[in-house]
Design a protein around this ligand. Structure first.
Ligand code: ARG
Length: 389
């Protein structure tokens, strides 16, 4: 099943769960994996859909579906590894505490002391007519962004709303550094959101230093080891998993050329250029380009020093083109959003730059949660706060 990217980024409101399910199960049948299905399985699933509006998937179907969703993810450069995704089954979780525990286990398993594992944890599927489980954080680990009275943000401006939400729920706030780890905010289908601080030893972080500039450490920049994306709905064969955090390793440009350097994020380039003694009066001195290159070097160097998996944009783009060739051999084209696949620095030196991609949304896939209004805040902290520390 194919949808067009322009239609929307919202979860598909398909009236035709049945045909999506049948497409998926038939694809499982042809996959040669353990998810292979029989005619009986098709009949069973369609009976479930007609009676209840949905059907339970087997673990093998979940695994195969999650891998296909990754293979179809338009914005992901890491897809050459789609077939290696490890899927953790947390579909039996019943309480926010259990969900939190599984998220912490996910972090520990994926982080793996720095040798990042490709892993997705699936929480219960959405029952028709309910919103299902929701993790409000966009990644399991994010840094807080505190709004200050002057209208500025201290920390990561990208999380200012989420930080506000956490504070309203009763989170007392962190130490007040630019890199305070936010609590997890978990909402069960039938209850209010609850916040849970993450255990420090489950959150691997990398302080940044530079291979040559000893002053670099004084900037006190850092980033977390890997992103565990947690604000997407995984949709497989007409079944939605609204909480399905998935982890992969970083490409250095994501951290250096966006998160730490975008003017509306950490905006670190002026202070790096200042230390380098570059002329910032005119962009024509290319002070931004030069500072950014050194930030990229610092990020790669520091992740290497700490034994944390990270790829560079050159290697990642080459691997992606090899993936395209493998897919072509298997008779498939590779849909993608060009803007997401091409590195934000030295773009023209990477092989994806001159290629073109169909921006086609295939199923299964991941969909960002629509920006639904936040639920009303439970004021009593003894009720709203999670019990774990
Ligand atoms: N670009 C996002 C970030 O910088 C993460 C997106 C997913 N990236 C990945 N390598 N799995 O935090």
């Amino acid at each position: 099943m194919v949808m067009h990217a322009s239609s929307s980024d919202d979860p598909v409101q398909s009236d035709d769960v049945l045909s999506e399910a049948m497409d998926f199960l038939r694809e499982c049948g042809q996959s040669g994996t353990r998810a292979a299905v029989s005619g009986r399985r098709l009949a069973e699933a369609s009976a479930g859909i007609l009676a209840e509006g949905t059907y339970p998937q087997t673990y093998s179907e979940l695994v195969h579906g999650a891998r296909l969703a990754w293979r179809n993810a338009l914005d992901c450069l890491g897809r050459p590894h789609w077939n290696m995704l490890h899927v953790r089954d947390a579909r039996d979780v019943r309480t926010p505490d259990e969900c939190y525990d599984a998220c912490v286990e996910h972090l520990r398993f994926a982080t793996n002391g720095g040798k990042i594992r490709l892993v997705l944890t699936a929480f219960p599927q959405r029952a028709p007519g309910t919103t299902g489980w929701r993790i409000w954080n966009s990644h399991l680990v994010r840094y807080a962004g505190y709004r200050t009275s002057g209208g500025a943000v201290m920390g990561d401006p990208d999380t200012a709303d989420l930080t506000q939400f956490a504070l309203e729920l009763g989170w007392p706030g962190g130490a007040g550094t630019p890199f305070d780890v936010l609590p997890l905010i978990i909402q069960p289908p039938d209850g209010p959101p609850q916040w849970y601080p993450l255990p420090e030893d489950a959150v691997l972080q990398v302080p940044l230093s530079h291979p040559e500039y000893s002053w670099f450490e004084e900037l006190e920049l850092k980033w977390y080891a890997h992103p565990a994306i947690s604000n997407h709905i995984l949709r497989i064969g007409g079944v939605e998993y609204p909480a399905a955090p998935f982890s992969g390793w970083y490409t250095c440009t994501e951290v250096a050329a966006r998160n730490l350097s975008d003017q509306h994020r950490y905006n670190a380039l002026p202070s790096i250029a200042g230390r380098m003694g570059l002329d910032q009066r005119s962009p024509r001195s290319l002070w931004q380009d030069r500072a950014l290159t050194e930030l990229l070097r610092a990020v790669l160097h520091s992740y290497d020093q700490h034994g944390v998996t990270m790829v560079d944009h050159h290697f990642a783009a080459e691997a992606f083109v090899r993936h395209e060739h493998r897919e072509a051999k298997a008779g498939r084209t590779v849909p993608a959003r060009w803007r997401s696949l091409v590195a934000p620095t030295a773009a023209s030196t990477t092989p994806t730059f001159t290629r073109e991609y169909p921006e086609e949304v295939r199923m299964p896939n991941f969909f960002r949660h629509p920006d639904s209004p936040r639920p009303a805040v439970e004021r009593d902290p003894t009720v709203s706060a999670g019990t774990r520390t």
